[in-house]
Design a protein around this ligand. Sequence first.
Ligand code: EPZ
Length: 429
Amino acid sequence: MDRIRISGGAKLNGTIPISGAKNAALPLMIASLLTDDTLTLENVPHLADVELLIRILGNHGVDYSVNGRRENQEKGYSRTIHFTAHTIVDTTAPYELVSKMRASFWVIGPLLARMRQARVSLPGGCAIGTRPVDLFIDGLRALGANIDIESGYVVAKAPKGLVGNRFTFPKVSVGATHVLVMAASLAKGETVLENAACEPEIVNLADCLNLMGARITGAGTPTIRIQGVDSLSGARHRVIPDRIETGTYAMAVAMTGGDVLLEGARSDLLETALDVVRRTGAEVTQINSGIRVTRNGNGIAPVDVTTEPFPGFPTDLQAQFMGLMTMAKGRSRITETIFENRFMHVQELVRLGAKISLSGQTAIVEGVPQLKGAPVMATDLRASVSLVIAGLAAEGQTEVNRVYHLDRGFERLEEKLSGCGAVIERVSV
Ligand code: EPZ
């Protein structure tokens, strides 16, 4: 199993190209199930989660081909991929696949809308919390689906097709919003979704569906209106830059000091997080080619944050920000409100010399002058990368184990960081 080995202390200077967003690419790929035509997606990141979803979609009958010419070819980054679900051969998503990646549960929306039936395994728990699917079930029932749970599977049927309706999410959910927007696109009549997620990935999906012939307005606000259409066609659409990767590298620069251009990054996708990075003492500027982050000043100022749905501070940057706060000049409080178990990185950061105590859903971080390298491991993607950030600033050597978590969501992490002067390598053991 591979490890990432880091010799800390180097400042980051240079350019980091920002990849297409994993969490935008996954629902867009799933949207290919809605049409028998070809959906072409540009800027799809080369990640383990994307490869796994290609396999899962293949199981339903989706063919794919990768463009001969890659995006940003000289560096081998994100690709253009064509997806064609000409014939859906299977409406079952089996446990063996769904349990590996929760987002694959989302196939339930397009399968039900197009094929009028779907049998999708319950995803089960995961490292960051219980993550139930009640909102998906209630929402699809509101569109007229009959849903039963049978032997660990959600069995959904709508023999006469889905019918538009008004549905208010009792809690904001990114995944359930994606699914209901996709399902309602092929329902009869109008659907109004209230308290919908406003994340940029929802807007990216709705823009793509509209190119495919859907009639969606209001994406990016809490109220989304969808006029159902009979069928959708193919389209060509671009995945937005990854705001979580952007924020992660911005925090890495704020941690080590230096001057880095995050090429292709868009500050409008993560204003709140970038403001927080500014308050820690870094300079963050949007320029034509991306976002420039510099820190040359007097160390890291402590800042309190609370995770919230978009446009608030994202839970997917909470672990990385905690990494940064471990070396702040003072105390910070980090409160997690989205997932109940997303502090798995705390004990590992403590192994690097951080001083962190937990009080319910709040972590209290007392900044220390210097972290010290150590072997560490993490149980999820964002937690793993927080350890990388901490390792970049720690004195001595840090080894991050279980690199497969990083490969799920960070394209060529060690190449991007070493290109900016970090001493970081992947070692096979
Ligand atoms: C998406 O997950 C992201 N995943 C997550 O990123 C991200 O952390 C999360 O949104 C929040 O921003 C993808 O886009 C692939 P939710 P999702 O439904 O859609 C509860 C990463 O690291 N809930 O918005 O699964 C749920 O338990 C990942 O890239 C219900 O109670 O998240 C959570 O507490 C991790 N019932 C809250 O809602 C439901 O039916 C928000 O979850 C559904 C969700």
